[in-house]
Structure formats: structure tokens, C-alpha cells
Design a protein around this ligand. Structure first.
Ligand code: GDP
Length: 142
């Protein structure tokens, strides 16, 4: 049996505000993810800036930070085998216009920016992002 892996995800402000959080959680569970930890929160300016620091030179950075702080988000630790890659698959392409049928972004994203969900892009990023939002007790629950 292959080993379980954890990844980090955010249901973004657009999807929480439009009442899609429950449907997205269902889709994730139906796709084989176990919810290990979950919390609703509102990102501060500095949290959003820090979280997306890798994009700080991009033209959309300030708009992205504004969007991510506009309302509540749901942060989650998710677990399954090959979790990082499998979550990227079920999220769909960044731009919903390019997202495959049945993916979260195809179903629920409004635009390339307001695209419903975040998922870590690599195991190393997942470890960092999980630690950014959850403590070790929360991440090791049975
Ligand atoms: P992801 O890994 O698919 O989330 O995509 P990226 O890491 O490239 O970008 C991070 C987030 O920035 C995306 O999920 C979008 O919310 C936003 N974003 C990415 N590209 C663009 C863009 O070209 N324009 C705008 N306005 N936002 C973007």
C-alpha cells in the first residue's frame, strides 16, 4: 500500500462567500481526501502577503492579496496517497477557462484570480504551508 501524504488547501473568499464551501468539501472527500484539520479564518494583510510572497513581483500581487483578505477562508490539512499531486488534479488549471470538466475550478471558479481553491504545488511547499496554519498536535490527529 502506498504511503499517505498531507497537503494544504484553502477554500478562497469567493467560494466561501458564494456558499460553495460545502460542495467543495464534498468533492474533496469524494476524491479520496481525509480532512485532517480545518478552520475558518480571515487572512490578515501580512499573512496574505507572506503566503503569496513568491508572487510579489507579479503584476497581480496586490490584487491577489486584496482578494485573499476580503472575507473568510477555510484552511485545511488534507490527507491521502499522493495528496499533493492528486489535489492539484482535482483543483484544475489556475484559469478556470482551461480547467478540466469536473474539477473544483471548472465547477466553482469565477476567474483566473477568483478561482475558489488553493493547493500546495509540491511536498516541500505543503510542509511549509501546513506549518504556517496548523500546529503539530492538529496535524497528527488520528
Ligand atoms: P495556482 O498554483 O494554480 O493557485 O496558481 P499560481 O501559484 O500561479 O497563482 C496563485 C494565485 O494567484 C492563483 O490561484 C490566482 O488566484 C492568482 N493568479 C494567478 N495568475 C493570475 C493572473 O494572471 N491574474 C490574476 N489576477 N491572478 C492570478
Amino acid at each position: 500500500m502506498s504511503e499517505k501524504q498531507k497537503t494544504f488547501s484553502i477554500i478562497k473568499p469567493d467560494a466561501v462567500a458564494s456558499g460553495k464551501a460545502g460542495k467543495i468539501l464534498s468533492l474533496l472527500e469524494e476524491s479520496g481526501f481525509r480532512i485532517v484539520a480545518l478552520r475558518m479564518t480571515k487572512l490578515s494583510q501580512s499573512q496574505a502577503e507572506g503566503f503569496y510572497a513568491v508572487h510579489r513581483e507579479r503584476p497581480f500581487y496586490s490584487s491577489l492579496v486584496k482578494f485573499m483578505t476580503e472575507g473568510p477562508v477555510i484552511v485545511m490539512a488534507l490527507e491521502r496517497e499522493d495528496a499533493v499531486k492528486k489535489l492539484r488534479d482535482v483543483m484544475g488549471a489556475t484559469n478556470p477557462a482551461n480547467a478540466a470538466e469536473g474539477t473544483v475550478r471548472k465547477l466553482f471558479a469565477e476567474s483566473i484570480e477568483r478561482n475558489a481553491i488553493h493547493g500546495s504545488d509540491a511536498p516541500e511547499t505543503a510542509a511549509e504551508e501546513l506549518k504556517f496554519f496548523f500546529n503539530s498536535v492538529e496535524l497528527n490527529q488520528l
